[in-house]
Structure formats: structure tokens, C-alpha cells
Design a protein around this ligand. Sequence first.
Ligand SMILES: Cc1cc2nc3c(=O)[nH]c(=O)nc-3n(C[C@H](O)[C@H](O)[C@H](O)COP(=O)(O)OP(=O)(O)OC[C@H]3O[C@@H](n4cnc5c(N)ncnc54)[C@H](O)[C@@H]3O)c2cc1C
Length: 472
Amino acid sequence: MLVLGAGVAGLVAAKELRARGHDVLVLEASQRIGGRIWTHRFEREGRVFHGELGAMRLPVSHRRVFDLIDQVGLTPKLRPFLSVFQGKGGRLDCAGQRFGFGQLPAGLSLPEWPLAQGLDPAARRFLRRLALLVTVMAPREVRDLAFPQMNGDFLAAVQRHLAAAGPEADFAEPGAILAGLEAVRGRINQAFHLFLSDILLKAAEPLFQLAGGADQLPLALAARCGAEIRLGTEVMALELIPGGVMVQVNREGVAETYQAAQVICTIPLPVLRRMPVAGLDAQTRRRLAGMNYAGATKVLLFCAERCWEADGAHGGASFSDRLLRQVYYPHNQDFAGREGVLLASYCIGADAAPIAVLPADERVAAVRREAARLHPALARDGMVLDSISIDWTAHPWTLSACSTDWDPGMQQMVQDAGAGPGEAEEPQAWRCGGLVLAGEHCSRAKAWVEGAIASGQDAAAMVACPEPALTV
Ligand SMILES: Cc1cc2nc3c(=O)[nH]c(=O)nc-3n(C[C@H](O)[C@H](O)[C@H](O)COP(=O)(O)OP(=O)(O)OC[C@H]3O[C@@H](n4cnc5c(N)ncnc54)[C@H](O)[C@@H]3O)c2cc1C
């Protein structure tokens, strides 16, 4: 059995297939296991400090992630990941003002805030808080679709909700904001819903991380799955043939051809779309073409001192409406000295473009300058010892960060947060003849490790129970 790609989805599929007694060969283009789980390690005087270029936080509701972590023996390494709502000292840099996360300066002007005049004070405060969170936390595509929703029916529903909730309701709390917004379901589009359910809610729920680096999960999976993993083996073309799939690869400069009755392909779609793939049916071609992807950039600064702690930041994050967008502070690492790794900038979607276009050294310099607006000590000579940045859109084996639903279709109104009838039963992998497509893009938890695991599991189940042979 062939599995293409040694990210989480491919490794989970390989593990499940081995458990069912199949021989499995995993082909991976890069020299690294883990795909979009990628821990970078800085070294100084024999000590190691890490930061995450890919996935870093694990929401407590993602049960498959925690089951898998348990299966590979990593549960003792789980630590809380303090989110923006739980960390201490996170700041907002918005509309030219810098202030604490819980604050709402009276004179703050939010340029995109189209709120009607004449609202009562409680509704104004609720909406200003929400508009501030959308401004600093939502990627631009989502922001652009969410803002026009904050009027008309939405405002009326908010006013009604606030009147019912009473004056004691504290709308500075994310939980209260979300509870309040239950009242406006049906009056918001999918973009706004995505912001509330995936960005705000996920930031507000308990999160975890793996002490020592997220890449321990794919590495442990690879070590335990029992499959052979061939690194440096780039899939160049696929062809569905009678009775199976032909896979053309470039293995360390040498062309090779593999053939298998069934192949699980977890190659991200932006890469797959560029590849010759012969024999796909019309439905699969439509699925491939229809999927949207968003980019992302991250910049890690390895600092001589965790200077942000002197400003009161311990875990959690700061947000900016400028170039940086999100800054995450390390927490619960085994600190062996004064040094620390700051995720000085994390940009998603269209917000990533202004950083992605900069050459790597200018990118780091620009981010450092911006981050020094929040923590001036970062500008000091000798403070930044080393750095690394990534533009996931330029990464050859992904060509993007994550699949998304952020497109004009997101204008559609959302009546109910849950899955539609029957939707929950849809497999999170797509079969076309002997080829089974899998990966986070096929899942319902897009852009999360949870989705990649679900898809890998469903792909393995599909292959383990092949469709009955066609008889005429
Ligand atoms: C910046 C960023 C932050 C994220 N943050 C989080 C987070 O905090 N929490 C969370 O749960 N999720 C997060 N995610 C999402 C999570 O990382 C992904 O959903 C998950 O890792 C995807 O796994 P996958 O196996 O589907 O794809 P991948 O991990 O991309 O695996 C695909 C594999 O295929 C290989 N490949 C590509 N082309 C070829 C080819 N031609 N031939 C052979 N092999 C090939 C790739 O090298 C890769 O190893 C984040 C992602 C990014 C990019």
C-alpha cells in the first residue's frame, strides 16, 4: 500500500493500515517528517530553545489529537498553552494606540466600524468590543465580510439580547460575547460565524501544547507506525489505470515508477493541482479546483532575554492592526536561562502578503521594529541572537498554509452552527478509483491537526474496506 506525504494525515493513515496488517510504504518529498507540524530549534552553548513554524496549539475539544498523543505515549508532555484570553500582559496595538487586552480606550477610532448611531450605551460597548476583536484578530478576508454584518437585524438582535441579559452582563468577557452572539445566529454570514466559532471560540477554550516541540507527535507516529518512510522522494505525476494507480517520482534525482492497487494521497491540493494527474473523474476534479487556500507567515526571534516578561507578558498573545498581526509569548517551556523564543509575528490569509513579499532579512528587521513598539527592549543591540521566518505560500511542498472556507460564498447566512443533516456522516477522505485523497483539506476541521487525523483515519478505513469489484 502506498501513502503519499509524511504529514500527520499520511502517518495516521499508515499507522491504521499497518494495524490492519497491510504493508505500507510512505513517500515524502522533503527530508523531514511532519509537513505543517514543524518545530525549529535554536542552540546556544549546548542548550536548545524551540519555536513552532507550523501548528502549535491544541484545543481541548479536539479529542482525536489527544487520543493520538496518548497512543504514542506523549501525554506526559502536554502542557497548557495560554491563549490570548488566559495569558498575562498581552496588548493591543490598534488605530495607533497601545493598550491592555481587556481595555477599550474611549477615543479609539475603528476605521471600519460601520455602527449605527443612536444605540444605547450597553449595545455600543458590546459592539465596540466586538469590532475591536474583529479588527485585531480576524484575517482581512474574514474582516471584510464580517464588518458589513454589524448593522440592521444584527444590531436589533444585539439590543434585544442585551435588554434580556440585564445591566450586570460583562461584555468584556469572550464567553459573554459568545453567549450574546448565540442570539444573532441567522443574522450573520459564514465569515462572521467562522470568526466567532473558529477564531474567537478556539482562542477562548482551553488549549494545550507539547513541551519540547509539536514535531514530537509526527516523529513518534513515524517511529511507531511500522511503515517504511522514504524521504527525498517527490511525487511528480499520478495516473489512474485499470486496477490501480501509477506514481511517478523523483527520488534524489532518479526517476522511479511505483504502481499500487490503492494509493492514499495526502499531498496538499495547491501542490497536487500543479501535478499531471490523469484519469480523475469530473467530481474529483471539481473538488480539487474548488478548494480555497490561505497563506500564512511566521517570524521567530531567538532573544538573549525574555524581555517581554519585564513588560508583564507571560504566555498569551498581543495583537496589532499593523504588519505583525499576532505576537505569541512562550509559556511552560523548560527555560534553562534568560533566553527565549518569541513568535514575533504570525499572519494569516491576506494579512500574510505584506510580510511574505519581503526578503527574509528585511522581513525579520521589519518585524523586529514593529514588535519593539510593544516591547522596546527588542530593539537593543545583542537582544536578538538569531531568527527564522517562513512564508508557507512559498514552501514547495505546501504552496499555502491551510485550506479555508473564506471566499465570497461565505456571504451565505448561517442559521445553525452544527452540521447539516447527514453531513456528519460524510467520510473525510475522497475516493476516485484506486486513489484516495486525504489531508486536512478533506476534513471538517480544516486548518487543524484534528482534521488531518480524522482524514487519515477515514482514508485508511476506505482502503481497508475496498469498494466491491465491478462485475458486468
Ligand atoms: C502556520 C500554521 C499554523 C498552524 N497552527 C495550527 C495549530 O495551532 N493547531 C492545529 O491543530 N493546526 C494548526 N495548523 C494546521 C495543521 O498544521 C495542519 O492542518 C496539519 O498539519 C496538516 O496535515 P496534513 O497531513 O493534512 O498535511 P501536511 O502536514 O502538509 O502533509 C503533507 C505532506 O506531503 C508532502 N508532500 C507535498 N508534496 C509532495 C510530493 N509532490 N511528493 C511527496 N510528498 C509531498 C509534504 O512535504 C508533507 O510532509 C497550522 C498550520 C500552519 C501552516
